[in-house]
Ligand binder design. Structure first.
Ligand SMILES: C[S@@+](CC[C@H](N)C(=O)[O-])C[C@H]1O[C@@H](n2cnc3c(N)ncnc32)[C@H](O)[C@@H]1O
Length: 292
């Protein structure tokens, strides 16, 4: 296949032009983040959003996933809403908007007070081409593990005549993690390797998405790979990677990071086998108005 020559490479170029050379439906997972509303002046980029989205749709496998991490600039007193416009465009061209997730920063940059709260999150739009083919859910401890909570087990709500339908079961030890994920930005040693790039991902964010949406050997892609965080973590986790960036300087940082990882095989992460979940049918879900 033509894609083979791009596997495990950081490629310098405009991602639209490079992606056009890829075969159809070859990528299992994309984890990427575009330049946000010209917030930063990267080294001379051209950002044709719609062409990038169209090419991403073409190269993504059936059941594959695109994680698009994005935020809006505030211009003349208003957030631009570019993130939402982009999410809706991905839907228009055929992707499912599988989940709108939040990347919450535990150390957000303090902002000058302008009658608004400090911004401390970015969107992580998770798009899928058809039904997601791989989901290895991250699990967290249940707060009330082992307790027998009986709040929902009564079938008769009349005041004087309450009967139990069934005995309460003890709360499980683990449950599936929620869709707000928290990370510290730029503080960890592994993230410091990206110095020289103005806006790298935390490695842990990429790790969590790669664990969630891929298996060993899958192809993980970042068309705007900057300092190469997605490629670096994919390499660490035994996935194949492809990174593209328009900047010569950022490609050099990315290649260095990936090489460090490839040369240190003892650092490869061994993943725990995941519990198996029964595939639910994809039915219309009512909106959840008040998340508890
Ligand atoms: C938000 S940064 C990505 C940072 C990256 N996630 C990391 O961990 O370092 C966006 C990147 O897009 C690159 N870029 C902008 N337009 C591009 C294009 N048309 N093709 C390829 N790369 C592009 C910029 O050079 C910049 O490095």
């Amino acid at each position: 296949m033509d894609i083979d020559k791009y596997i495990n490479q950081i490629i310098e170029g405009n991602c639209v032009e490079v992606m056009k050379k890829f075969d159809d439906e070859v990528i299992d997972l994309t984890v990427t983040s575009p330049p946000y509303d010209n917030l930063r002046n990267y080294n001379g980029f051209d950002f044709p959003f719609e062409e990038i989205a169209n090419e991403l749709y073409r190269v993504t496998k059936q059941g594959g996933v695109v994680v698009w991490v994005v935020n809006d600039a505030t211009i003349e007193g208003s957030e631009t809403g570019t993130s939402f416009k982009q999410a809706l465009y991905f839907r228009e061209i055929g992707f499912n908007l599988h989940d709108t997730m939040i990347f919450r920063k535990t150390n957000p940059i303090p902002q000058i007070y302008r009658k608004r709260y400090n911004n401390e999150f970015e969107f992580m739009f998770v798009f899928s081409k058809g039904t997601v083919k791989t989901h290895n859910p991250l699990m967290v401890n249940c707060l009330h593990a082992g307790l027998e909570l009986n709040g929902t087990t009564y079938k008769n709500f009349s005041k004087n005549d309450q009967t139990r339908e069934k005995m309460a079961k003890p709360v499980k030890d683990k449950k599936i993690k929620g869709n707000i994920w928290e990370y510290v930005v730029g503080k960890k040693q592994e993230d410091q390797e990206a110095k020289g790039h103005p806006a790298p991902f935390p490695c842990e964010l990429v790790r969590d998405h790669i664990k969630s949406w891929t298996n060993q050997g899958d192809i993980v892609f970042d068309p705007m790979s900057g300092s190469g965080t997605t490629a670096r973590v994919a390499c660490e986790m035994g996935r194949q990677y492809i990174g593209i960036d328009i900047s010569h300087e950022y490609c050099a940082i990315a290649r260095k990071r990936v090489k460090l990882m490839a040369d240190a095989p003892t650092l490869f992460i061994v993943e725990e086998p995941q519990e198996t979940y029964i595939q639910e049918t994809e039915e219309a879900q009512p909106p959840t108005e008040h998340l508890q």
